[in-house]
Write a protein that binds this ligand. Structure first.
Ligand code: ZN
Length: 248
């Protein structure tokens, strides 16, 4: 796999021996790839990513994997808040309101190759390829509701969920009952938290709760299904069940 290595970002520091466990996908929300390179390599901006992929599928390696690039900001996953230390950040030259508002075939094809390689190199599992909106749902929307997660699913990069049997739904329901959970909202919050999401402040804050729900919806539900509450719940317990089965 070929990278362009002539642009380097100064915005990184040491991982201090942390192991790479997650891959975070972003979009730049900038005008074009040139602006993205300038932005990510500008010392003043204090942001960076390990990789940037252009609309035509060129991959730029801006920070060496062994260093801690500054892409995640204030984030949370599985009770870990120092996400930069344990992750690889990939930026896509994409802006939902710009001319670069397509996840092009070439961009996606390069992304899939890069993800597959990184997963193999660092033994990163399928549940650990995340969007910025997964780890910072209250502040970030990238890679956005149009990002084709489904194509990563068919390339076996992210986890494919097996549909639940009625008996399996019962197991989950029974388990919620044993946890003394009656309200659907509380079941949803517990499921999200077990998957890894930041639910610390959503119990009593409905604004944050709806931001978290919309982050989950945008990633896991089709456009037409996004507003159906029952589908959200089914999708979430299916996710939880599949996730538990694959957890090491
Ligand atoms: Zn981002």
């Amino acid at each position: 796999m070929k990278y362009i290595t002539k642009y380097k970002s100064p915005n990184y520091n040491s991982r201090r021996n942390s192991k790479i466990k997650l891959i975070i996908i972003h979009y730049t929300a900038l005008k074009n790839n040139k602006d993205a390179i300038l932005h990510l390599c500008d010392k003043e901006k204090k942001v960076s990513s390990h990789y940037l992929i252009s609309q035509n599928g060129t991959i730029y390696a801006l920070v060496d994997d062994k260093f801690r690039a500054w892409h995640a900001g204030k984030s949370f996953w599985n009770n870990i808040t120092n996400i930069n230390s344990i992750s690889i950040g990939i930026e896509l030259d994409y802006n939902p309101f710009g001319k670069n508002n397509k996840f092009t075939y070439k961009m996606m094809s390069s992304l899939k190759k890069l993800l597959t390689k990184l997963q193999k190199n660092y033994k990163i599992n399928k549940s650990s390829v995340l969007g910025h909106s997964d780890i910072a749902p209250f502040r970030k929307q990238d890679p956005g509701k149009n990002f084709p997660w489904k194509s990563l699913l068919s390339s076996k990069i992210v986890l494919k969920f097996k549909k639940l049997k009625v008996s399996e739904i019962k197991i989950i329901e029974e388990w919620f009952k044993n946890c003394n959970l009656k309200l659907q909202k509380h079941k949803i919050i517990l499921a999200l938290s077990l998957i890894g999401y930041d639910t610390r402040e959503v119990y009593n804050n409905s604004k944050l709760y709806s931001k978290l729900i919309s982050a989950y919806r945008n990633r896991y539900l089709n456009n037409e299904d996004r507003l159906k509450n029952k589908l959200l719940y089914i999708s979430l317990i299916t996710h939880l069940f599949n996730f538990m089965l694959t957890k090491k």
